[in-house]
Write a protein that binds this ligand. Sequence first.
Ligand SMILES: [Zn+2]
Length: 249
Amino acid sequence: MPACIFCDETKLTKEDLVPLWLLRLLGGERRFTVRTVRGGELFGPDQWRARTQQREGGNHKARIVCRGCNGGWMSQIETDASDILSSAIRYPLIPRSFNRTHQIALANWIFLRALTLDAGKEKDNSTFLDRPCFTSFRNSVTRTPPANSVYTWLGLLPPASRLRIEARVRDSLASRGRGGFQVGNILIGQIVFQILIVRDLGKVSFDFSEIVKPWRRNVIRLWPSPKRSVEWPPRPLEDLGAFMFRFGL
Ligand SMILES: [Zn+2]
């Protein structure tokens, strides 16, 4: 019997892959697209588009978590993030600063979204991340993403005609003793979260500081938390495709 992805409980409830507060904010927008590609390192950007799997429509729920997790600590993460995010989504151009508390709340939220999207995939039970990654997030005292293998940025997109949400995920699975990467981009209106997750850190030799540098003015880093407040908005991203592909996975 499958257990909750975060604990041993086998009585499961349906988790909203897109939280209800966010759907409400998007004006009842029910369409949610998830594009996932595995083994992205094999393909260039063009092939990547061709190989994506897309799902759209009403598949917002997945029976992957228990009531205790869903209504407890997960709900707290949603509340903490929605307080900050709601205003930023609605008024993306208004200058604001994100202090360390905000950075942690947003990093937790995007990491939780990455975990639930990973586990909630249709027709695919394999997850990019292994179970200890899920359980240790729930059990950690600080309840923050692992700071040595999770990186999160926030960017600003050009104005869109309507508020919408879309997830674009690429991962390069660990194989032949090598580590793996997953890059998730969650587009919400004019805001884009980017999360880079490295699996089996010890097996990966990858210095991405050079790859990150050219984009520094286009993003603010949320995690690992820069130990100061960061100022929003950054310079808008003109080439979303290049941004999503910047790690070349
Ligand atoms: Zn649970």
